[in-house]
Design a protein around this ligand. Structure first.
Ligand code: SF4
Length: 373
């Protein structure tokens, strides 16, 4: 019987030339993520889904591990077309191995025998056709780490943009200059998970902090709309000092970058920390505001975090968008994305008008074997 590795090996294409460097001894360096693996003939990268065979770097292609329709607020993007339906797809594998991953069935598919999520063969055209048919405004690469499958995302995004749709990555941000330059012509919005501000913590997750900070700075320089999320895990990244440094870093890149601090719940292999309380989120949000961030949101505990689900004008504090969880309850921005009370331009990518929400909770497109994340 074919293993999952065999199945995925048959679903590959050649890597984009921009993401490849030929080294000595027949090795090929991959630049799709911050690991920058030098891969020998017959070897695989840290992500386990990119491999060298017959002198070629093979990369994932032609399948998804799951598709789901999400409100864009779930990604979360709060300053990018509020209310839009985000047609979301993921592949398999990840370059990190976070013990608390909420998408471990797809992200750890090749590392953990308990993570079984067979691929579904599909084409970019059919993904985009489904997205349009369901009324989606945005196509999102998410669930597993999209950087390690950048070529497949770029192919889908080209098709999506040709059909008038927007495109986004939900990513751990472990990027390189090469992969960000490669993606720039294809991508509109980018969410980075800033999981900690301590390199030792990142090493526990299988990465380093420097590539993540580089990605945040570079995306902002490039003008890609960026929102940052930190899952607040008591005892892991919740120290006041760490949160002060983390939020000061974001503010130093731009005080206009929205920061979402979200609640941890016990998942996958990280069952020791207690769940995050609303008070912890509110305290972290206060630290962020003290650091100078203008748009701070608390997530995963709807209705218990006071005003931290809403968007207020950073100039006059007028209520602009009222939310409960992913539900938009009120929308007041002008067609130009300004505060209706004081006229201040609100950072983000806004539609001319709020078109309502097709859904404020995720749903699966009908008829296909899919799973909830
Ligand atoms: S995507 Fe990252 S982990 Fe995978 S082969 Fe490339 S550099 Fe290595």
């Amino acid at each position: 019987m074919a293993t999952l590795s065999d199945v995925l090996e048959a679903r590959t294409a050649e890597a984009a030339p921009e993401l490849v460097e030929r080294l000595d001894k027949n090795r090929i360096r991959c630049y799709a993520c911050g690991h920058q693996c030098p891969i020998p003939e017959g070897g695989v990268g840290v992500c386990k889904v990119r491999f060298v065979k017959a002198g070629t770097l093979h990369v994932p292609w032609g399948y998804v591990g799951g598709i789901q329709c999400d409100p864009i607020e779930k990604k979360p993007f709060f300053h990018a077309h509020p209310g839009a339906l985000a047609f979301s797809f993921g592949m398999l594998g990840c370059d990190l191995h976070c013990a608390y991953c909420q998408n471990w069935v797809t992200s750890q598919a090749l590392r953990d025998p308990a993570a079984i999520s067979p691929p579904i063969d599909i084409t970019p055209a059919s993904i985009v056709a489904d997205a349009r048919q369901l009324g989606a405004r945005v196509v999102v690469s998410t669930y597993n780490e999209p950087l390690i499958t950048a070529e497949w995302a770029a192919a889908i995004f080209d098709e999506a943009r040709a059909a008038g749709l927007l495109t986004a990555f939900v990513s751990n941000g472990n990027g390189t200059d090469r992969v960000l330059n490669y993606l720039r012509p294809h991508i509109d919005f980018y969410k980075v998970d800033l999981k900690s501000f301590d390199d030792r913590h990142y090493r526990q997750l299988g990465g380093r902090i420097d590539p993540i900070l580089f990605t945040i700075r570079r995306l902002h320089e490039m003008g890609v709309w960026l929102e940052i999320v930190t899952l607040l895990i008591p005892g892991f990244n919740s120290a006041r000092d760490e949160l002060e440094r983390l939020t000061a870093f974001i503010a130093s890149v731009s005080p206009d970058i929205p920061w979402h601090v979200t609640a941890f719940h016990k998942d996958y292999r990280m069952a020791d920390p207690e769940n995050t309380t609303p008070e912890m989120l509110m305290e972290a949000a206060a630290i962020a505001k003290q650091a100078g961030l203008r748009y701070v949101y608390a997530g995963n505990i709807p209705g218990h975090v006071g005003d931290l689900e809403n968007t207020r004008c950073h100039n006059c504090a007028a209520l602009l968008i009222e939310r409960y969880g992913y539900l938009i309850q009120r929308y007041r921005l002008t067609p130009d994305g300004n505060c209706p009370d004081c006229g201040t331009a609100i950072p983000g990518r806004w539609g001319r008008q709020f078109d309502g929400q097709i859904a404020s909770t995720p749903f699966l497109p009908g008829g296909r074997r899919l799973r909830t994340f």
